[in-house]
Structure formats: C-alpha cells, structure tokens
Write a protein that binds this ligand. Sequence first.
Ligand SMILES: Nc1ncnc2c1ncn2[C@@H]1O[C@H](COP(=O)(O)OP(=O)(O)OP(=O)(O)O)[C@@H](O)[C@H]1O
Length: 297
Amino acid sequence: MSAILSTQNLVKKYGYKIVSNNISLTINKGDIYGFVGKNGAGKTTFMRQVLGLAFPDSGEITLFGGEPLNTARKKIGSLIEFPSIYKNCTAYENMKRMAILTGSSDKCVRKILDFVGLGNTGNKKAGQFSLGMRQRLGIAMALLGNPELLILDEPINGLDPTGIMEIRDLIIRLNTEKKITFMISSHLLEELSKIATRYGFIHDGKLIEEISAVELSQKCSDRVLIVPDNPQKAAEILSKIMPPQQIHIYNKSVYLDSMIDRTGQINKYLVENGVTVNQISIHAINLEEYFLRKVGA
Ligand SMILES: Nc1ncnc2c1ncn2[C@@H]1O[C@H](COP(=O)(O)OP(=O)(O)OP(=O)(O)O)[C@@H](O)[C@H]1O
C-alpha cells in the first residue's frame, strides 16, 4: 500500500494553544479516510497545513512519496468549509472561472459537470441552488486539474438527507471509478461510517487512533453490557475470570469484549461476589459511542 499523504509529528500552535499536537497520520492510495473529531478538535487546521494554507511550527508533511510540496499540492483538490462560488453565475460559468486557473479544457468542464449531476442546470444561477447542489459544484470545481487526492472539510454539514445521499454517492463513484483518494472531515460519524475505509480520530489536536473500517466494525461488534450497582467492583471481580483488557467501564456500565454466550454465569458470579446487577444484555456499539469512549466523554 503506498502512502499518498503522511505527516510526521506535525505541530501547529495558535498562541499558547496547540492545535496540531504531534500528528503523525497516513493516508494510503485508494482510502476514503474519515477524519473524525468534535468541533474545534483541529481538523480544519490540519487540512489547511496539508494544503499549504497554514504553516506548521514543526514536523513534516510528505506527499506522494516525497515529491516537492509545491508540485505535489497540484495533485490535490480541496473543499474547505464553504465552496467559493459566485452566486450570480451558473454552474458552468463558475467552472469556467476556475478552469482558467487550472488550465482545464471546456470539454473537461462539461464532463465534470455531468459527472456530479449538474450538467443540466442550464441558466440557473448558483445562488438558486440547494446547499447540496452547491456542495456538488464545489466538488466539481475541486476536480478541475484531475486531482489524485480530494480533501473535503465537513462536506455534508447542513445538508438534508437527499443532499447527504448525493454527496455520499458522488464520493463513492469518484473513489471507485476515478480512483481518487479522499480525506473527509466530519463530526457526523454515522454518515461517515457509510463510506469511510479508514479513520483517524482527533481530539484536542491529538490523533488518538487510526483504524480501518474493518477493524472498527470488529471492535463495535456485539459485547456484553452490564449495569451493576458498583462498576469498579464488578470490573475487579470479573478480571479474575477474564483478561482485564477485555473489560471496559463507560458511563456507569461495564462492557465485556467476550463472554457473549455466558451472561447467565456472569450474572450469577457477580451476585455471589456481592455485586447487584441491574441489567445484563448484549449490545453492539455504534461509531459515535466508540469515539466518545475513546475521548473519554
Ligand atoms: N487562525 C486562527 N487563529 C487562532 N486560533 C485558531 C485559528 N484557526 C483555528 N483556531 C483555533 O484552533 C482550534 C481548532 O480549530 P479547527 O477549525 O482546526 O477545528 P475543527 O476540528 O476543524 O473544528 P470545526 O469543525 O469547528 O471547524 C479552535 O480552538 C480554533 O478556535
């Protein structure tokens, strides 16, 4: 697997605030990399550094196996926050403006507009577009110059369910048909989980975990949920009959990674050892819960 983007101990401070705290992250060719973090976690700042719009205090950015950053950045398209669209221009006119900067042909402009589903918008001004159409136009503009990597900052933020579905489908088609690698930031974790192949979780400027979608779904699969009167005591007692690393306390509950077929025995064992069990069940966690647990929320 070849890395398209990697950073080594990237640090960025604004005043005393460390916004990128030693971030070492890798995005491989073909990934749809979900960059997940709460508001203010440092997602945009990280992306801006990759794009050369903000400058790290220390650390390194490696693009496309070590090409000089200025030339390598020409292979990256981006949509950071809101697309810069002229509201009084049509989709085609907006694209033509951008095409001058990237040296793209008219044929290429029309092809991309068709691909993103805006080929038939005719004389309609972008100001009359839905938010979803505007986001698709933003992506279309980012596609000029044939990027190998697209960096999208919160591309589905504020979209209605149809808009979200359209952007999701577009990303999947660009990834599978055009072989474009994606880095997508979002705090809408459930939505991201429908497309991401790998994730990076960021919290308070720190990359707390990188994990593949397959590994994540294994980690989020069924486990035992126990609601005891005393979670600490329950965990301590259970650690005598199972590996302690498979026992997690979260939100006054105890979760066990194994023992799914032994809930009756667990219940009996805890009660015999003086723990009252208010609830014991099988529970699959979702991405949101997983992330919140990771960041200790
Ligand atoms: N130019 C700047 N000057 C000072 N502080 C900044 C600047 N840009 C960002 N910050 C601060 O850095 C922190 C991280 O911001 P950033 O926008 O990178 O987070 P984010 O994860 O993208 O969040 P959001 O989803 O809200 O945009 C925030 O506390 C923000 O206020």
